[in-house]
Structures are given as C-alpha cells and as structure tokens.
Design a protein around this ligand. Structure first.
Ligand code: GLV
Ligand code: GLV
Length: 337
C-alpha cells in the first residue's frame, strides 16, 4: 500500500533523494521556485496522508478539511510553527514534525552578524560607500562610531536553543552579563540553563519581566516563538524603555516587533539601531517602506537558516519526519500538541 503525499517545494538534493527512495509513498510536488498556489495545495491535499510544507503555507481548518480524514502527518520545513493551527491538528489526531535542531547554529550565526552590524553601523556604512559618499567622508576619529560589544549586557526575549547558541558565540566578545525572559517556569529555566556558561564567569539571569530586559540591555535579541502573548511584545513602551545606545535584533518572527513603533523609535533616536531578519508583512516590503528609510536599520530577507548545509539537513529531517509520521514511528523532532 502506498501513502499519498504532497510536497510544496523542490527540496535541497539530499531531501529530494530520500523522498524519491521511499518505496511506500507516492508524491506530488510543486516545482516552481516560489511558494505554491493555495488552490494547488487544496486540490492536491485531497486524499493525502502526509503533507511536507514550508512556513509559507498556512495549516488551518481549510487545509485539513480539504485533505480528508486519512491525513496523518504534517511535516514542516521550519523551526517556527506559527503558520500551523495546532489545536486543529490535535483534534484530528494529526502529527506535526518540524526541524528545530538543524538550524540552531545557522540562526545563531546570523544573530551575531546582526548584533555586530547594528552596533558598528554596518548597513549605514555600506550604504554610504555604495552611494559614493566616501570621498566626502574621509577617515575621522568618530566616523561611523558605535557602541562596543565588550562589556555589554545582552537581553534575550526567549531563551531556547538559538538564543543559547547565540549567547555562547557572544561570550568570547567579552559581554558582561546576560538576561533572559522565557515562558518556561522560572525555576525550571534556571536549572535547565545553569550549566550553559560553565567557566565564563558572567552572570546569566532570568529577568523579572520585559521591562527589566528593555531597561538593562545594550543588545536585545528576540528569539522567542510568535504567540498571542509575544505579538508586539516589542512595542512603543518596550522601545521607550530601552537605552539610547542599545540595539534590537530580531531573528524570530516579524510580528513580535511593532514596526510602526520601531520606525518611530529609530526616527526619534530612542534606540541606537536595529538588525532584523524578519518583519511584519514580509516579504511585502517595497523599496519606499518606512523602515528602509532608517539608516540605522538593517533588514535582511529571512535568511536565518540559509546556509546550504543547514537547508540540506532541514530537508532530510522533514522527509524523515514525514515518513515516520506515516509509518507510526518516532520522528526526528515532533511537536507535542
Ligand atoms: C524559519 O524562520 C523557520 O521557522 O525555520
Ligand atoms: C585605523 O585604521 C587605524 O589605523 O587606527
């Protein structure tokens, strides 16, 4: 017996091979290099036992109903699952696979890149050179100077795998202290993270609340999941509480940061700068978007996990999750619904 499966993108090679080698599935696949059309997905989901999809595809009642009662598994090629209505899956006994471990290092690397670029005005510097301004801007003692990473207090909103990996990378830069806010119960969190910084000698402390993170940090790194509780967590009040010399880095999900409030904070120099891998309403960011007018804002197009090996690994992991879900076996990583 073969399981019908839908795959919403061409996968990096290793994943594609795994898919083709699985003898117990029959799959249809979207082949264009852009997110699949919704109609195509709804149509092909009918009768499918498994769907391997990207964060660009919403998993909601519409899709589950279109598929039908034989649907057993959704395998998402992502760490984030905010595109998935978990309660619908739970009520239909559908398993959900994701790829949280594959991309930890890649995303942490990007968080460091955005931190340093924001502090050292990388985007602004590049822009000036590309605009031909360097001739009018000879070397000078405070040209494009920014705050140092040495001695910084780094505050994390969310302290999961990626945030912890980011913290490890920042230690050799000589940061002074780390604070984190997590939805995990305080005591458990402490116990869980206590071994993390063995030997570094710097304090790593749970914050009382977001205010403490905003008030104390020289670098705020957003690494939490998008939930109703974290939507616009970084809004006008948060930004007004931050230090004028602090930078904000978002490598999680766009809607956690209120874009209008961020534009205003940058305009009014309430904060020093921002480095964003994600933004509300991405990818619909036209060239005249207010954020892009802010020289102190660096915006890159959701490339956190974009190193080739990571993407290969995410592909093989999501295929393994898909197959395990169909066969009733253990997934590499499964969301507990
Ligand atoms: C990327 O944002 C992911 O969730 O994998
Ligand atoms: C900078 O290039 C310096 O020589 O200080």
């Amino acid at each position: 017996r073969k399981y019908n499966v839908v795959v919403t993108r061409q996968l990096p090679e290793a994943g594609q091979i795994l898919l083709q080698d699985a003898s117990d599935i029959e799959f249809v696949q979207w082949t264009e290099d852009r997110p699949c059309d919704r109609d195509w997905l709804l149509q092909h989901a009918k009768g499918a036992s498994g769907i391997l999809l990207m964060l660009t595809e919403k998993v909601n009642e519409e899709l589950i109903n279109a598929a039908g009662p034989q649907l057993k598994v959704i395998a998402s090629f992502s760490v984030g699952t905010d595109h998935v209505d978990r309660s619908i899956l739970k009520s239909h006994n559908i398993r959900l696979g994701y790829t949280p471990t594959a991309l930890t290092d890649a995303c942490a690397d990007l968080a460091v890149m955005l931190t340093l670029m924001s502090q050292r005005r990388g985007g602004e510097s590049l822009r000036k050179v590309l605009d031909g301004q360097w001739p009018q801007m000879p070397w000078s003692p405070l040209l494009l100077a920014g705050p140092p990473i040495r001695g910084a207090t780094v505050g994390f909103l969310g302290f999961g795998r990626i945030a912890q990996a980011t913290l490890k990378r920042l230690l050799p830069f000589g940061i002074a202290r780390a604070l984190y806010l997590t939805s995990r119960p305080r005591e458990r969190a402490r116990e869980h993270y206590i071994g993390l910084l063995d030997g570094s000698g710097i304090p790593v402390e749970p914050a009382q609340d977001w205010r403490e993170v905003a008030r104390e940090s020289d670098v705020v790194i957003v690494g939490c999941a998008l939930t109703p509780q974290t939507k616009h967590l970084v809004g006008p009040e948060f930004l007004a509480t931050m230090k004028k010399r602090a930078v904000l880095v978002n490598i999680a999900r766009g809607p956690i940061v209120d874009t209008d409030a961020l534009v205003k904070a940058l305009e009014e120099e309430q904060i020093f700068g921002a480095g964003l891998d994600v933004v509300e309403n991405e990818p619909n960011i036209p060239a005249d978007h207010a954020l892009l007018k802010q020289e102190r804002c660096i915006l890159v197009p959701h490339i956190g996990s974009a190193n080739t090996e990571t993407r290969e690994q995410m592909a093989t992991e999501s295929v393994r999750n898909l197959l395990a879900g169909l066969r009733g076996e253990n997934m590499v990583n499964e969301v507990v619904l």
